[in-house]
Write a protein that binds this ligand. Structure first.
Ligand SMILES: NC(=O)c1ccc[n+]([C@@H]2O[C@H](COP(=O)([O-])OP(=O)(O)OC[C@H]3O[C@@H](n4cnc5c(N)ncnc54)[C@H](OP(=O)(O)O)[C@@H]3O)[C@@H](O)[C@H]2O)c1
Length: 256
C-alpha cells in the first residue's frame, strides 16, 4: 500500500548521532533539533572541550530525552589530540551493542586559526596544530566510527562535513582556514566515492551568529551580517530528512 497520504512524521530513525563542537554555535543548535528527530531509544554523543557547557546542554534536553529514552553522553575532549578521538570511538563502541538503524556523524568542530599573510606561517608546528583539529581529527574520527559500525543491510550511514564557501574560494590571509576546508571537502568526496553505502554531505552553513563570526568581526572588521544558527540548522535538517542529495555533494545554505 502506498504511504503517500501517511501523516507519520519524518524522522532520522533509531540512530546514534555524534556531533562534534556541540557546546556552542551551530553544533549546539543542531543537537537540539536532531534530538527531536531521532526515534525513541536513540543515542546522542555530544563532543567539545567544555564539559560544563555540554552538561548544561544535556540538562536543557533532559525532560524530552527522558520521555524518549534518548541516551545522551557528554564527551569533553580536545579533538586535536589522538586521545580525544579515541575516547569518542570508545563510547560509540559501547553503544554499538544496541540495535542501531542509522549512524549519523556530524563533523562540525573547527577553529578559525590565525588570519595572517601567507609569509607569516614559518612555524610548521603552528600549521600542524591547526591541521590536527581541522583536518586530521574529522578523518580519524570518521575512520574510527566506520570501524565500529561496518556495513550491514538495513543500516543507514550518513556523514556531514561542516564546510564553508572558503573551501572553494581562495581568500588572501585565510590560508589556514581555506586549506583546511578545501582538504575536508576533498576528504569527504573520496569517502563518498569509496563507500557506496554512505551518504556524505559537505554543507556550507552560511554566515551564522556564533563566536566564530564574532571573532571574524573583531579580527578583520568585516561584518558578514550573520543569521541565527536555527535558520541554517533548519536547512541541514531538511536535507537530512529528505535524504535526496547526491552523496559527496557540496551544498550551500543559500541554495537550499
Ligand atoms: N559561523 C559561521 O558563520 C560559519 C560560516 C561558515 C562555516 N562555518 C563552520 O560551521 C562550523 C560551526 O561553526 P560555529 O560558528 O558554530 O563555531 P564556534 O561557535 O566557534 O563553535 C565551535 C565548536 O567547536 C568546538 N571546538 C573547538 N575546538 C575544539 C577542539 N580542539 N576540540 C573539541 N571541540 C572543539 C567548540 O567547543 P569548545 O570550545 O567547548 O571546545 C564549539 O563547540 C565550523 O565548522 C565552521 O567552520 C561557520
Amino acid at each position: 500500500m502506498s504511504d503517500i497520504n501517511s501523516t507519520k512524521p519524518r524522522t532520522l530513525g533509531r540512530g546514534i548521532c555524534i556531533i562534534t563542537g556541540a557546546s556552542k554555535g551551530f553544533g549546539r543548535a543542531l543537537a537540539h533539533k536532531v534530538s527531536h528527530s531521532l526515534e525513541p531509544r536513540s543515542v546522542l554523543l555530544l563532543v567539545a572541550r567544555s564539559g560544563t557547557l555540554l552538561q548544561e546542554m544535556k540538562e536543557e534536553l533532559q525532560s524530552f530525552t527522558e520521555e524518549q529514552q534518548l541516551g545522551v553522553h557528554c564527551i569533553a575532549v580536545d579533538l586535536s589530540m589522538k586521545e580525544g578521538v579515541d575516547e569518542i570511538v570508545r563510547v560509540a563502541r559501547k553503544e554499538a551493542v544496541n540495535e542501531i538503524e542509522h549512524v549519523l556523524l556530524i563533523n562540525n568542530a573547527a577553529s578559525l586559526g590565525d588570519i595572517s599573510k601567507f609569509g607569516s606561517f614559518t612555524d610548521p608546528n603552528e600549521v600542524n596544530s591547526y591541521l590536527s583539529l581541522n583536518v586530521s581529527s574529522p578523518l580519524a574520527l570518521t575512520a574510527g566510527i566506520l570501524q565500529v559500525f561496518p556495513y550491514r543491510t538495513g543500516l543507514r550511514w550518513s556523514v556531514v562535513n561542516l564546510s564553508s564557501t572558503f573551501a572553494l574560494q581562495a581568500v588572501p590571509s585565510w590560508v589556514l582556514y581555506c586549506t583546511a576546508k578545501a582538504a575536508r571537502k576533498m576528504m569527504f568526496t573520496v569517502l563518498s566515492n569509496e563507500e557506496q553505502h554512505i551518504k556524505v554531505l559537505s554543507y556550507s552553513p552560511g554566515p551564522m551568529d556564533t563566536e566564530m563570526q564574532k571573532d571574524i568581526l573583531r579580527l578583520t572588521g568585516v561584518n558578514n551580517h550573520p543569521l541565527p544558527c536555527q535558520e541554517s540548522v533548519g536547512k541541514l535538517m531538511k536535507l537530512l530528512l529528505d535524504n535526496d542529495f547526491s552523496s559527496g555533494a557540496h551544498i550551500d545554505f543559500f541554495d537550499v
